[in-house]
Design a protein around this ligand. Sequence first.
Ligand code: AMP
Length: 420
Amino acid sequence: MSTFRAPKGTFDLIPPDSAAFLRVREVMAQTVRLAGYQYVETPAFEDTTLFKRGVGESTDIVNKEMYTFTTQGGDSVTLRPEGTASVLRAVLQANLEKAGQLPVKLYYSGSYYRYERPQKGRYRHFSQVGAEALGAQDPQLDAELIILAVDAYRALGLKNVRLLLNTLGDATCRPVYRAALQDYLRALDLDEATRARIELNPLRVLDDKRAEVQAQLTDAPRIVDYLCEDCKAYHDEVRGLLTAAGVAFTDDPKLVRGLDYYTRTTFEFVHDGLGSQSAVGGGGRYDGLSELLGGPSLPSVGWALGVDRTVLAMEAEGVLERDVPRVDVFAVPLNDEARTLFFGVITELRRRGVSADTVFGGRGLKGAMKAADRSGARYALVAGERDLAENVVQLKDLASGEQSPVAVDQIIPTIKEKLS
Ligand code: AMP
């Protein structure tokens, strides 16, 4: 063991669990690719100002959680705490919004960094898959993204992910609601920091997790009662589309994203098996963000799903597959001639799409059979002097223990057939 450890709040993805993480990412990505979302990858760090503007100066992320440093060249850069600002920056930089059909549909998968207090499900280095549809305002698009996330969770075998849904109104109705909420909040018994938040970012007070705050919010004005006609119709349509697609949801008038450029649809996916860090994913519409970054009007919607917490949710539901076989076929040569033969055989198997491995470094029969078992392989190929004299190898089913000779020139077709 080395004296070095992974930094606090981080962990290594190592086998066998690393396979589950890869699978979660791949299932999420595959689900959105079915709807035409294309892969985008942006740098792990950006100009600090991008996140200050794109995430918002009044958020915890910007105030407390960013990994910000000055480069050798004197620039202030920040490790990305989330994906949306970077993706939008990349789209605007490449003029993608002018290049073709709108919306531009993109997805990403990568590492994100927040200097948070680590606990189960909350890390300083974590992993998200995100999807963004940029440049269209259409209830079907909001519904599409929500349905895709639901389908991704389902494809992973999760049954208990709940969807919370809300709308935040738009530039017409939100300011009226915001003022009404501020009036209500100013009359409450709240600490200094929360009072400051009322002036800066009143919607976020609704999100306060403390019981003594929540107790005072039961009669707080609700955005649904302030929606303009357009926002109301839009939200009703999103709800109708979800229902028609068989997606259950709970209306949650306290679900907010506290920044002004977030508009209309907002949603969160939660799982009750995770303790306090129950949000497995979330997203919403951000019609005002592009302008804030100096771009044209580009109404957009997106989500980010947390890979780490999705894996924890799968564990909680008992649907996390741990013992994923490393390979299907494992070759155990008993002499040098068999070693040469099998090296050719496993090369050919791999070229035909069958995963295969063998022993390296001259281990004895016992060690080789142990390695075959550990690999999780369905079949072992075993051959020694006597077999090769008869021009056969032994094909052993590692689950049943059954073994039968196979002619050397029939190894590949026999294995292909057995695995099909
Ligand atoms: P957010 O950008 O905060 O809406 O995060 C989207 C999703 O990413 C959340 O629902 C979580 O599943 C995940 N996530 C956010 N922060 C962390 C973290 N510090 N550790 C692990 N997962 C996180």
